[in-house]
Design a protein around this ligand. Sequence first.
Ligand code: SAH
Length: 351
Amino acid sequence: MKQLIDKLYHTTGLEPDEYKTLIDSRNEDLYEYLAWRAREVRTRHYGHDVYIRGLIEFTNYCRNDCYYCGIRKSNRSAQRYRLTDEQILECCRTGYELGFRTFVLQGGEDGYYTDEKVIGIIRSIKKEFPDCAVTLSIGERSYESYKAFYDAGADRYLLRHETADESHYAMLHPEKMSLKNRKQCLYDLKQIGYQVGCGFMVGSPYQTTDHIVGDLLFIKELEPHMVGIGPFIPHHATPFAGKEAGTLELTLYLLAIIRLMLPEVLLPATTALGTIDPRGRERGILAGANIVMPNLSPKSVREKYLLYDNKICTGDEAAECRYCLEKRMESIGCRIAVSRGDHKACIQKTA
Ligand code: SAH
């Protein structure tokens, strides 16, 4: 099995049945070998730097009804909120002082934020913080909208594909959402010039090894700049309330595989990973990840942006999270970089 890891390390790709074998025959020894290789590749490209992204969860209104997500439209118990433009800017100011040079605007698919509103927010952030990158994570929109956001200064876009398999996609989403459209969005975003991130949940309900292999092949084909993966964690007020969470072990294994597939990829150790294990994020970095995304949202709304149960850091101030992560990263020999942390292949857009 180590030969498969060596092959992946040297060629950055495997055949579908080889991925399947590598995943299905995983054990602790293989993981140690895989993670050692993944760390070596990460260090070669990014040293011991871990990049930070300031996450601003600016709305939890959503028109969609994804079965796994706590802010789905049908969850009547969710207390909905929107941040004002001024509140968003205030988050950026706090973040800038703390060394953040990327702001991630994430939210549900909220019709209140018309293209003009989103453009206004991007422009005001770029005006006040011209040395910072703006990442959007606001779901599916038209090519024209994506283009307009890009022209207004947005640099990156996160849109997890969730699963690359049609039938599995239909088990996670209502009928009116389609994988075809989601994939098209990702190709559009890439074509426009964004640094693009796709990704999926590990251990989402009904997920099989074949689905995961399909996800890896799709990732390899899209060649995104970023890949967001984290364990599925049930939310009590969703149709998947009673389903099992994904595991730390499989998530770490897949993080390491993805680092070997895309050596320069920007790969976060997600909040969900930190939620299922107290040292989940550190372990994610040790599996080849190189990003952490602490929360910059105002304390007053944090408990309302609950995609899943038991989310960590909902009671903390931005500064507490920042320093806590710094200590965590130092404990594993890494350091937090104060920089935009662009993908190596991307020349910085001028502001
Ligand atoms: N509305 C935006 C942002 C979605 S939230 C969009 O559509 O892209 C960001 C990610 O959180 C989702 O893509 C999903 O993969 C993840 N997520 C949602 N519910 C989750 C859960 N219960 N457990 C783990 N991750 C979840």
